[in-house]
Write a protein that binds this ligand. Structure first.
Ligand code: TMP
Length: 211
């Protein structure tokens, strides 16, 4: 049986994660791999309920600590219910966002101190860590334009000021600098084809390492 591994796609809102993830799934399926697509916040029935609470634009009063702990709660459930069993079955798990987002959004953008973030994240992760974070890097102002052009309403986090999203982006870039073995940054302002080609280079390297 193949060894399972987990890759996370993350980055600015509107950077094209959904399209890239679909293409990577097709690429891996065409090579005969067993793939599990999932996301955060969400990924499990409980996690999807938590997602609705977190992203609801009708409750802007949510405290930063409540938000952090909800992300943590969803993550604990996600790992236990979905990710660990899939990896044990040799699947390649692809998650649309994961723990790096908590550092970027709740620490770098919200300003919650690092010790608190690490504490909550460690409780949620219980020693687990994804194998790779692929960051689709895009100027968040450009990303927001793309989100708006889809004609969907903004969720509670997308509705934040530009500074919030810029700080979150810098959070990803900082993490990537600090942990080059766990992060790959892809320039998402390139054409869709080039973004995908760059991503596939990273995926191929992971396959070579884990199979
Ligand atoms: P999505 O719309 O890309 O699915 O992401 C939902 C929002 O949640 C996005 O604005 C990023 C944010 N987020 C955090 O603030 N912290 C986290 O830990 C995660 C997973 C997402």
């Amino acid at each position: 049986m193949n060894k399972g591994f987990m890759v996370v796609f993350d980055g600015s809102n509107g950077a094209g994660k959904t399209t890239v993830i679909k293409s990577v799934e097709m690429y891996l399926l065409s090579k005969g791999f067993d793939v599990l697509l999932t996301r955060e916040p969400g990924g499990t029935p409980i996690g999807e309920k938590i997602r609705e609470i977190i992203l609801d634009p009708a409750t802007p009063e949510m405290s930063f600590m409540t938000e952090l702990m909800l992300f943590g709660a969803g993550r604990a459930q996600h790992i236990q219910e979905k990710i660990t069993p899939a990896l044990a079955q040799g699947k390649i798990v692809i998650s649309d966002r994961f723990d790096a987002a908590t550092f970027s959004f709740q620490h770098f953008a919200r300003g919650i101190d690092l010790d608190t973030i690490v504490k909550i994240n460690d409780l949620a992760l219980a020693g687990f860590s994804p194998n790779m974070n692929i960051i689709l890097d895009l100027d968040p102002v450009e990303g927001l334009k793309r989100v708006q052009s889809r004609g969907e309403g903004l969720d509670r986090l997308e509705d934040e000021k530009a500074d919030f999203l810029i700080n979150a982006r810098n959070g990803y870039l900082t993490q990537a600098q600090q942990h080059p073995d766990k992060f790959s940054v892809i320039d998402a302002s390139q054409s869709k084809e080039q973004v995908l080609a760059d991503v596939i280079v990273v995926i191929d390297a992971l396959l070579a390492k884990h199979q």
